[in-house]
Design a protein around this ligand. Structure first.
Ligand SMILES: C[S@@+](CC[C@H](N)C(=O)[O-])C[C@H]1O[C@@H](n2cnc3c(N)ncnc32)[C@H](O)[C@@H]1O
Length: 657
């Protein structure tokens, strides 16, 4: 765990004082403690957190292993509501101490079902500084694998209850340029299904302007209504996260390979992309909006140099002082000066870019990859930028990885008006080809033989389009009437993943802003990977087919929280713990095998249909259901099936513990 160039480079940058150098290096050589965050909507997270605090941790308080006492997990002091934890226990203890083994199994399971997120402590910070609210329009520019996306989504869904989802009016676009990694985002977000989510696959530095109709935004009062109605406006965001690709040397404690391969030219090389991503974000931000720029790198060239250049290139922004936002978090101010290295040998002697350029033979100057923006601005410019408002986190401060955060705000009174979409630098195609099957076929023919782009900036895009289903569609109407959905069910916000708009497999639900975006933007230009949340799916199986097309759809357990608030309360079947137990013990329990009163309730219901059942907390035969569950079932002629995937089924089983 040594790298001379690393030490030479960071000593030259004076990232910490001379006295702190040794503790800083020492801590980099220590393994990182395990940290996790209790995830999910606020109400559900609090419930699980109480269980960890009151049930698990007391059992871990006095563990002695091979003669030595082992420290129990502790809450991260700076994390709001104590919802994040840390423990530092050797693997051997986790495997062999019965108490820790039990705790570890619990964590593995809760992580699998999405209630716990194993996340580095510092990686939890950017979303906390973004302060997302349910009405915000948010974009996560470099989102995969999605641990921060999940936090942003949770913030949009802050008002969810344990069983039902809220319907945020805001939006979260989770974007990544790596096509494969966008699938990680889709997988990750399946844990918190949201009608407000879109996943896109773009190079963030050229993220396209998204069009929305004029009524979605404000325009100068002098604009004539007829003109305004025709215009489409660029969607601007309230909150933007730029967790940019970086050299990652703040993760040395976890990624030991970095010790061997680290070299500072990586940071020099990434600087331009990082800057372009941040500048694109600044152009997509609303007045008064906020950007969080973050890296897990210690290198000022990837951090303060990017912030300084961005602030000087686009007026109307300032760094905001968030040093008291998380009062218990220990951090250091951003650097105001640094000396980039111009080669792999850590030549950091050039105080300014001009000095460096002058040192080069004239015929070599054009070839240099170093830019003026790698260097700090002049002393007078630095003063006005408030770079000390950036937040640096070093490993020795509170036993974490290294991290950098800057919070930028766009002035409220900025004179720049929201621009019509066509004037924002990225030309956009006419809207709504996603609803035109002929055009879709033509696009597909054009793509034949081309592979999937992996850089998000390529021209080919092979995903299917999303198309809104007519609210009068017979199948949608069947879902509505059979489930007894109330008139407030947003039937016009249901879409499918095919060009013809036929509900052949799954139906998705979006909120209004996602709908406007899908309707007014070409899906290939937007490189839309997924949007909204799956709510209904075709019911496979003999029983369903036999009884005709109108019976074929069921509510998906993942979509149920979104649909639930729209179901007439009387249409929900009530059941107790004993009933749930019968459903859990067999895949296809006979209708006659249920205890009263559920048995007669079932017998009074039509077959080949999906029903929603609310299981009340309670106790039966030494089994306790700690909190309410609402689950979909499928009733065929003689038996029923609990419509849960294996993972969810295992989760329900824990309630019996
Ligand atoms: C530091 S990681 C993001 C981690 C993520 N925010 C999280 O918390 O899980 C950087 C991501 O940027 C993506 N990336 C790299 N270049 C990009 C670009 N030009 N535009 C968008 N994403 C990019 C990478 O694929 C990678 O997933």
């Amino acid at each position: 765990m040594h790298n001379e160039r690393f030490e030479k480079y960071y000593k030259a940058q004076k990232i910490v004082s001379d006295e702190e150098w040794e503790p800083f290096m020492e801590s980099l050589r220590k393994p990182l403690p395990t940290t996790f965050r209790v995830a999910g909507s606020r109400q559900a997270a609090r419930l699980l957190n109480d269980t960890i605090r009151d049930t698990y941790v007391p059992h871990l308080a006095d563990v002695v292993f091979e003669g030595e006492s082992v420290s129990p997990p502790v809450q991260l002091s700076w994390y709001p509501e104590g919802l994040a934890w840390q423990f530092d226990v050797p693997k051997k203890v986790l495997r062999k101490s019965p108490e820790f083994k039990k705790f570890h199994n619990f964590l593995v399971f809760e992580t699998e079902v999405g209630n716990v997120s194993r996340q580095e402590a510092v990686s939890m910070l950017p979303p906390l500084y973004l302060e997302v609210e349910p009405h915000h329009r948010v974009i996560d520019m470099c989102a995969a694998p999605g641990s921060k996306t999940a936090q942003l989504l949770e913030a949009l869904h802050a008002h969810d209850s344990i069983t039902s989802s809220s319907y945020p009016t805001g939006l979260l676009i989770a974007n990544d340029s790596d096509h494969k990694r966008t699938h990680m985002l889709i997988h990750q977000s399946a844990r918190l299904p949201s009608p407000a989510l879109m996943v896109t696959n773009h190079d963030a530095s050229i993220f396209p302007a998204i069009k929305i109709p004029s009524e979605q935004t404000t325009f100068p009062s002098s604009t004539k209504p007829r003109v305004a109605a025709k215009k489409q406006y660029q969607l601007l965001f309230d909150r933007i996260l730029c967790d940019v690709p970086c050299s990652g040397d703040g993760t040395l404690r976890k990624n030991l390979g970095i010790w061997k391969h680290w070299q500072p030219m990586d940071g020099n090389g990434l600087h331009c992309l990082q800057l372009r991503i941040l500048q694109r974000a600044m152009r997509m931000l609303k007045k008064g909006g906020r950007i969080v720029y973050s890296t897990c790198s210690l290198n000022p060239v990837e951090n303060e140099a990017v912030i300084a250049t961005a602030l000087m290139s686009i007026p109307g922004f300032e760094l905001i002082n968030m040093s008291n936002h998380l009062p218990r978090l220990k951090h250091r101010p951003g650097l105001t000066t640094w000396t980039p290295t111009v080669d792999r040998n850590i030549t950091t002697d050039f105080v300014t870019y001009d000095d460096y350029v002058k040192s080069l033979p004239e015929d070599k100057r054009a070839e240099s990859k170093m830019l003026e923006s790698h260097w700090p601005p002049s002393a007078s410019e630095v003063d006005s930028l408030n770079l000390t408002r950036c937040i640096r986190i070093y490993p020795h401060l509170q036993d974490t990885g290294g991290f950098f955060i800057a919070v930028l705000q766009k002035a409220e009174d900025d004179e720049v008006l929201e621009e019509p979409a066509t004037t924002t630098g990225v030309a956009l195609q006419p809207p709504a080809s996603s609803t035109d099957p002929a055009q879709f076929k033509q696009q597909q023919r054009g793509k034949k033989g081309k592979g999937k782009g992996s850089d998000g900036g390529g021209t080919h895009f092979n995903e299917n389009p999303y198309t809104f289903v007519s609210p009068d569609d017979p199948l949608l109407q069947t879902c509505i009437s059979q489930l007894r959905l109330k008139p407030d069910f947003p039937a016009s916000n249901i879409l499918v993943r095919n060009p013809g708009g036929e509900p052949v497999r799954s139906l998705y639900m979006t909120n209004d802003i996602v709908k406007q975006i899908v309707l007014h933007n070409d899906y290939t230009r937007m490189r839309l990977m997924t949007c909204g949340t799956k709510v209904f799916a075709k019911q496979e199986g003999a029983g369903a087919k036999r009884e005709g097309a109108e019976m074929q759809f069921r509510v998906l357990s993942e979509g149920l929280p979104v649909v639930l608030p729209h179901i007439e309360p009387e249409a929900i079947l009530q059941a107790d713990v004993a009933t749930l137990r019968v459903m859990m013990e067999s895949y296809y329990p006979l209708c006659t095998s249920f205890p009263a009163p559920f048995k007669s309730l079932l017998q009074s219901k039509a077959s080949s249909r999906c029903y929603i059942v609310r299981f009340r907390p309670g106790q039966a035969d030494n089994v306790t259901l700690t909190h309410e569950f609402v689950l979909p079932i499928w009733k065929s002629n003689k038996s029923i099936t609990l419509m849960l995937d294996k993972r969810a089924k295992r989760y329900v089983l824990t309630a019996f513990a």
